[in-house]
Design a protein around this ligand. Structure first.
Ligand SMILES: Nc1ncnc2c1ncn2[C@@H]1O[C@H](COP(=O)(O)OP(=O)(O)O)[C@@H](O)[C@H]1O
Ligand SMILES: [Mg+2]
Length: 328
């Protein structure tokens, strides 16, 4: 089956401010099927947004490619590129800067429809009314400027504008991180509802792990530009294989104060290395509590831990070999 969106060996580099180059994304493979929600997690600066922005052609890959329905996105031009830009929509973290402050909600939606060549005249009017309804805003909001809306309402408008183009994929780049904690759940529920109603595929970037777990079918963990583990959401939390994933999960505060006091934390030691200076071998080895001789010298291979669960770690490789020998 052809994936809806396939990221293959994707790398993205930037010129470093101190000379040389900075590798923000380093050989990432990722698949997104129609109607699937893939979560993307990892510390700030690990390349999540760069990966996402490259998918919508805001950055150029330095290696690898992106396929949409089997077609190389980098080779699209003219009408095909315009079609792709409708199919894959981006929801930014900050709804304050993503809307034109001089446009009413109606103007924002009409502009999106007009640029996309969708609907005209009366049909456009009814479509804008339908769109605000879909995102839970009252009809009266159509004549409102962004400055009169709350953060949550603005994010609803940004979502309506994305939906206007009848997308197949929404790239959600920390869509609730900038919002008040009290309204995050409302926007998450809206995204879940829309995903089901329209069978949308999401690439959902977030740093609130329980929240990503709730929405995602599958989660990929990024570290210093590379995916280090990928698993069905529940399996990632129940049986993380990569020491980085385990540290990331252990560092997540829980709502349970008792658990907070008693659990043993696997804390991340040392600082996140710079993307201009990616460590040799396994890029996580300088911070890994389980590093051994192979780690600084050999790049870990993609290892299948269980169905749908891959890890890039020498320990996973070795335990697989041992397991195989025991069984054999
Ligand atoms: N436009 C850019 N120019 C130069 N460096 C960038 C640019 N965008 C991101 N970076 C760098 O790329 C790395 C990854 O950043 P980013 O993708 O924003 O990470 P994340 O979204 O995971 O926090 C960081 O080191 C960041 O400083
Ligand atoms: Mg980001």
């Amino acid at each position: 089956m052809t994936a809806l969106l396939a990221v293959e060996g994707l790398s993205v580099t930037f010129p470093s401010p101190h000379g040389g180059k900075l590798t923000a994304v380093d050989g990432v493979d990722l698949l997104l099927q129609a109607g699937e929600v893939v979560g993307l997690i990892g510390e700030s600066g690990c390349g999540k947004s760069t990966l996402a922005r490259t998918i919508v052609r805001l950055h150029q890959p330095s290696a690898g490619r992106i396929l949409f329905e089997g077609q190389d996105v980098g080779a699209l031009g003219g009408r095909d590129l315009r079609a792709y830009r409708k199919r894959v929509q981006y929801i930014f973290q900050d709804p304050y800067s993503s809307l034109n402050p001089r446009y009413s909600v109606r103007q924002t939606l009409v502009e999106a429809l007009t640029v996309a060549g969708l609907h005209r005249g009366a049909a456009q009017v009814s479509r804008t009314e339908e769109l605000v309804g879909l995102v839970g805003l009252p009809l009266s909001s159509l004549d409102t400027l962004p400055s009169a809306l709350s953060g949550g309402q603005r994010q609803r408008v940004a979502i309506a504008r994305a939906l206007a183009l009848e997308p197949r994929v929404l790239i959600c780049d920390e869509p609730v991180s900038a919002l008040d904690v009290s309204i995050r759940a409302q926007i998450m529920n809206l995204l879940l509802q829309l995903q089901r109603d329209f069978n949308l595929a999401y690439l959902f970037i977030g740093h609130d792990l329980p929240l990503v777990r709730r929405i995602a079918d599958r989660i990929a963990v990024m570290y210093l530009g590379a995916v280090v583990e990928e698993a069905p959401s529940d399996r990632l939390f129940e049986a993380a294989s990569h020491p980085y994933t385990r540290a990331l999960i252990a560092a997540t505060p829980t709502a349970d104060p008792e658990l907070e006091r008693t659990r043993s934390r696997v804390l991340l030691s040392g600082e996140l290395p710079r993307a201009t200076d990616i460590p040799s071998g396994c890029r996580f080895h300088p911070r890994c509590p389980e590093a051994f001789e192979r780690c600084p010298v050999e790049i870990p291979k993609r290892t299948l831990v269980e169905q749908g669960h891959v890890s890039y770690c020498h320990l996973s490789e070795e335990s697989r070999v041992e397991g195989g020998l025991r069984v054999g």
